[in-house]
Design a protein around this ligand. Sequence first.
Ligand code: PHE
Length: 453
Amino acid sequence: MTGDSAPRDGFNSKFGVIAAAAGSAVGLGNIWRFPYVAGENGGGAFLLIYVGFILTIGISVMLAEFVIGRRAQRNALGSFKKLAPGKPWWLIGLMGIVAAFVILAFYSTIAGWTFEYLIQAIGNGFSGKSTSELNQMFADFQTSTFRPILWQLLFMVFTASIILAGVQKGIEKYTKLLMPLLVLLILVMCARSLTLAGAGDGVAFLFKPDFSKISGTVILEALGQAFFSMSIGMGALITYGSYIKKDNYLPGTAFQVALADTGIAILAGVMIFPAVFAFGMSPEAGAGLVFQVLPNIFEAMPGGYIFGVLFFLLLSVAALTSTISVLEVVVAYAIEELNMSRKKATIVFTVAISFLGILATLSFSELSDFEIFGNGIFANLDWLSANLLLPLGGVFIVIFLGWVLGPKAIADEVTNGGSRKMRLFKAFLFIIKYVAPIAILAVFLYGIGVFGK
Ligand code: PHE
């Protein structure tokens, strides 16, 4: 274990902290998962509930993770051991490590799809194709055996090599410049999407809530998406919190990261849904949605070639800055708790996770008949992480903070030892002690139909 006196790697600047945490939060969750889940769950009503969860529960859990990590100066599991010695709270950290396995396994499948589309964009592969031809192209790729696995493994190698370089050199550097560029690109694509003939239906779908569409499932999916998108509930932000300097104002950081994450998800919606309707596609297309829609937008815009290449390149980077935060949870744990070297930990766990990842990818091809609960391996891992593991992790994290660590230590951490003021401190305490645990559990039970549908 790293002793207290050993200098710990950490983020250097204030912007570095925000870039790294936002880099974790902003990724495929915003641009691939948000549109597909919102599309399957009714659009406007889903968006409303989703934003509501972010502003109340989401920001609070994010701040809770930062507090735990920076207080303990340890990995996701070691933090609980240090703050509550001899008690079983470290099991929360263990659950986070399981969640990291599950998330990285299926996330790397989609990251692999992003690579494929980057290569296609570079080779001008969308050019002159109709909407139905582009759909076919996606289907052919998705159901093939080797290419998706090849890209997935390549992506895992990229993730591992950044983690090998260490937190500060690896994580901070890659996010600072490229994230703002991605936002710029999305803005341009929003403009194109919004000016397509028939775009209005997509705007209405996203922003006009149809309250008759709300159900237990929709509410649970909105909660799960909020957790997934914000990178909360599995200790990624506990781990990053442990790298944040003592003078950083954590509530401000949490707020800014939440704002960036939510803003980009909504922008992704504005980019995708007008185009979905303009090209006569269905918002309920599922996990392939954005890969089927985006090439159509590039085809319909001046400079579409260069925009396509840049977009998939930056999306790959955004995915990478997210997966490094997931792998770092496991690697930081292995270094500090299992006394492994960074190199050994990275290699061992990258290989182990890749095995599960290959199964997730194969569930679109060779293993497509293998179903559990009526769904393939990929869909199960996706559902399990977002809708069960992360919210459950969130429940325990806020309970730990509110009831075990206690208000004094929390106040000390969020005010940097009294040198800053946190205006909503009382509200924050109330949310983590009562509102969040009860609400999350209720949403989960309602969502899986315990109270009847
Ligand atoms: N939030 C990331 C995204 O939106 C995914 C992620 C989930 C990262 C959980 C870390 C932990 O792409």
